[in-house]
Design a protein around this ligand. Sequence first.
Ligand code: GCO
Ligand code: MN
Ligand code: MN
Length: 386
Amino acid sequence: QYQPKPEHKFTFGLWTVGNPGADPFGSAVREAISAPYIVEKLGELGAWGVNFHDNDLIPAEATPEQAKQIKKDFQAALDATGLVVPMATTNLFKDPIFRDGAFTSADARVRAYAIQKTMKAMDLGAEFGAKTYVFWGGREGTEVDAGSRTLDAMGWFREALNFLAEYNISQGYGYKFALEPKPNEPRGDIFLPTVGAALGFIATLDHPEMVGVNPEFAHDTMAGLSFPHALAQAIDAKKLFHVDLNDQKMGRFDQDLRFGSENYKSAFYTVKLLEDSGYQGPRHFDAHALRTEDYDGVWEFAKGCMRTYLILKDKVEQYNADPEIQAALAEYYVKDEALSGLTSKFSPENAQQLKDTSFDLEGIRSKGRGLEKIDQLTAEVLLGVR
Ligand code: GCO
Ligand code: MN
Ligand code: MN
């Protein structure tokens, strides 16, 4: 039970399990491991796929011959394990050239280079069959709002995405783009900090149908926002093109904790939204093992992300089938067919009838909503006593 299988669509980035554990105060604690080895291990653990930034696979300094060999070895590992590459992305944050932004740099040369690098990274992703292309604007932000860059940046970001959308079409890659919002870190303030901000921006692009979001659990949680709320908005907008699962304590530095390790209830509602909505995309874990760990700990971490997801999926089924919970929910969702008929669509007649309706305001006001009971029942499902 709770054994991950490819049909569960669990994916990891090369940069997640391959993270050597360096932080701003300390050096790496684990030696680097190769992409084919990561693929082999993920295959053993039951993952479905693996994702990469261009430079996770091909180091920036690799010669064309080296790049060719790396791709050959990686493909061989994919063939041997059956793992797929559903998503690819660009590293637009490590190189010092991106110190003040990539697509939104105030330097036109940097903006052009960022687009060039992304086109090449899209070529690489397409070689391995990736269908989702993620844009995480890690360096797209500021510490200092000089001149009118805060406003200009929106235009530059739009220009870059419009350019790359046309490139996608001209190459026939069929990518869906997924913008990944984050409020801060590494920049003091990152542009398009929330799912809602990204959705608003997408509507201004030349190809809004091609572009959705990649919400991440930790990013909303860091800022004290609710991840399930952000996820729900993305689902409602039909813009959930990808999802980054992990965990995080609120108000901390970016922790990228094992999925479900910290906020059990939010993790439960995350899985519930993904499963109940029929989301078909990858369940991607954008997290890494604690710096305290060696590679045994890394593989425990990877297993743990998937196992907790499956346990919570089971809990969702249990919750959805629990008669007492469903009865409490039926009371919570007060139905009134006649009123809903009036409000579901405007007409002058409906408006008039609604104006003429009298409500039992005191009766409605004085009745509690029953949420203490629902929440306790939810807690008991999660705590395993129901
Ligand atoms: C972060 C981000 C990244 C992106 C990755 C893929 O907080 O560092 O979540 O891990 O998801 O670059 O675009
Ligand atoms: Mn993150
Ligand atoms: Mn992420």
